[in-house]
Ligand binder design. Structure first.
Ligand code: SF4
Ligand code: SF4
Length: 199
């Protein structure tokens, strides 16, 4: 099994050992949450071929599935790929076996958050800020997201030179825009929390 780090290819020796009960339990929980089965995958690679983020991933979507099939859950959950996935669902749409890989990536992110295994803290901070905007306003709030992201990653003045002219030209609003169905959106977030998801 090999993983990519930027332009470099990192070869990793794979030691196959029988899948333990806890690995089985983790995989079936992830499958249940994602509403899909990793065992349907026959490794054709169509998901990876269409993934816009695969070039930057250490383990592209096909390999994430393979790691799970082999019971290598720690490698999968520690992969940067799950944080680089943009949830675009191209992989899911292309899969001839109907594997919902996008949902699987999402379930893996939630599991990583729960276990405190966040390989890229900046992406996790962005993810949190984005979801908090959607939860509160029903849509993304760019200025708030940027501020929250910059504060939580200790880079307060990042992108200021870009952000201020965009605000002056009306491309980014200083105040959040709100949609009508905010209460329904909040209920979705509450339901996810009840089901054991992260806030
Ligand atoms: S497209 Fe589907 S079957 Fe093919 S490698 Fe990806 S998940 Fe597996
Ligand atoms: S949902 Fe994620 S893994 Fe699937 S194609 Fe989009 S970026 Fe790639």
């Amino acid at each position: 099994m090999s993983g990519k780090k930027g332009a470099k290819t990192v070869e990793t020796a794979v030691k196959l050992t029988p899948i333990t009960e806890s690995q089985k339990e983790f995989i079936s929980r992830i499958e249940k949450e994602a509403g899909t089965s990793i065992h349907l995958c026959y490794q054709c690679g169509k998901c990876t071929a269409g993934c816009p983020a695969a070039f930057a991933m250490d383990y592209p979507p096909r390999k994430i599935i393979r790691l799970l099939q082999l019971g290598m859950v720690d490698t999968a959950i520690n992969a940067e790929s799950i944080w680089l996935c943009a949830s675009c669902e191209t992989c899911t749409a292309r899969c001839p076996k109907g594997v919902n890989i996008a949902s699987l990536m999402d379930a893996m992110r939630r599991a990583a958050l729960k276990q405190g295994k966040i390989t890229d803290k900046k992406i996790a901070a962005f993810n949190k800020g984005f979801l908090s905007g959607v939860k509160n306003f029903g849509r993304t709030y760019e200025a708030g997201l940027t501020l929250q992201y910059n504060l939580s990653t200790g880079q307060l003045f990042k992108d200021m030179a870009l952000g201020l002219p965009m605000m002056n030209r009306g491309k980014v609003s200083i105040f959040p825009e709100r949609i009508k169905g905010r209460d329904e959106v909040k209920k979705i977030f509450e339901k996810v929390q009840q089901l054991g998801g992260e806030e």
